[in-house]
Design a protein around this ligand. Structure first.
Ligand code: G3P
Ligand code: MG
Length: 335
């Protein structure tokens, strides 16, 4: 049904604009769908003056499960098909780098550990391990065909999603980094390490909006805790790579995904319009990233941003009460 709908657009020109939606605080609050979300997406699914489907993708700093699994759940919650081709979460971008680590042991942190390990395997990181795998490893395992962490160094630590056991994850990450990747190995001065362990975070959000009244601490809070401990122990923070909104890498990746979505809907010759509207609730991630990417940014009041706190740290193109008002404003200004 979905492919037939998509094919029927192929003969038309795409609308001269497209949307990118944040999820938490815009479409969802915790497990609950925000009332305006279904009305907003129905406008884009064809209930508009153009009588055309208006392309959109979802761009979230959330994660912890596979894209297909999350899209199935979102489709059921929103009551319309959300395809993995229109979904980008915090760690989706890691698919681009799996060739570099295909057979190198890497540590993956966050969320439900065995689920995140499965996600990493699905991306092509064939030797992804969790902190519980490391905790369970014993030197006696050397003979048992397990991966011998005392010989095969962990080459990178990926923080996929918000860690649940900060103490364990901070401890194991500090061990792995200081010992050059060798679990239980001697600590080697970082400047004497030939191949220092790489550290990659996928979501910088200090705060995010769930169904609790006050914003919740996100992966950015874990990163702050880890770096504070690492600095206390070694004298300096550890160099790292940051993905997720508002980073340029993630917005470039999202724009590629959106162009592919336009072509999936309107044929391979279709081009993405320069008029991209990002609707978000977090000035630090959604608005900052969209402004830097030279998209239009719409800040809604259903999430992290609270007007009573004064001006946001990054000023949007437009303020909207909710995602439905945001979509109506954008469609009206394009007509
Ligand atoms: O962990 C999710 C949170 O960091 C924010 O998610 O959808 O508002 O980018 P989102
Ligand atoms: Mg949000």
């Amino acid at each position: 049904r979905c492919s037939r709908n998509i094919a029927s657009n192929a003969s038309q020109e795409p609308p001269p604009f497209a949307f990118v939606f944040d999820i938490d605080g815009v479409l969802l609050r915790g497990p609950d769908i925000l009332p305006a979300a279904k009305r907003a997406l129905n406008i884009l699914e064809g209930d508009n003056v153009l009588r055309k489907k208006i392309p959109y993708i979802l761009l979230t700093n959330g994660g912890g499960v596979g894209e297909h699994e999350r899209c199935e759940k979102l489709s059921a919650q929103l009551g319309l098909p959300i395809s993995p081709s229109q979904y980008c979460q915090a760690h989706t971008i890691l698919k681009k780098f799996s060739h570099k680590y295909a057979d190198k042991p890497v540590l993956v942190l966050g969320g439900k550990l065995d689920t995140v390990r499965k996600v990493a395997h699905g991306y092509g990181y064939r030797k992804a391990f969790t902190t519980l795998d490391v905790l369970a490893w014993k030197p006696s395992h050397r003979k048992a065909g397990h991966d011998d962490f005392s010989k095969t160094p962990i080459s990178a630590v990926f923080v996929y999603h918000d860690p649940r056991n900060w103490a364990l994850d901070v401890q194991v990450a500090c061990d792995v980094i200081q010992s050059g990747g060798i679990i239980g190995g001697p600590y080697v001065n970082l400047k004497d390490q030939d191949e220092p362990v790489e550290l990659i975070f996928c979501n910088p959000d200090l705060l995010w909006k769930s169904d609790f009244d006050r914003p919740r601490l996100g992966q950015g809070a874990f990163k702050t805790a880890f770096q504070a401990v690492f600095q206390a122990v070694t004298g300096s923070e550890y160099p790292h790579v940051q993905f997720g909104k508002p980073t340029e890498a993630t917005y470039e990746f999202a724009e590629e995904l959106l162009e592919a979505r336009v072509q999936e809907m309107y044929g391979s010759g279709a081009r993405l319009s320069s008029h991209i509207y990002m609707v978000g609730d977090n000035p630090e991630s959604d608005i900052a990233g969209a402004n830097f990417a030279e998209w239009f940014s719409v800040l809604v009041k259903t999430g992290v941003y609270e007007p009573s706190y004064g001006l946001p740290s990054h000023l949007p193109t437009y303020y909207a009460d909710d995602v439905e008002e945001a979509v109506k404003w954008a469609v009206d200004r394009e007509m």
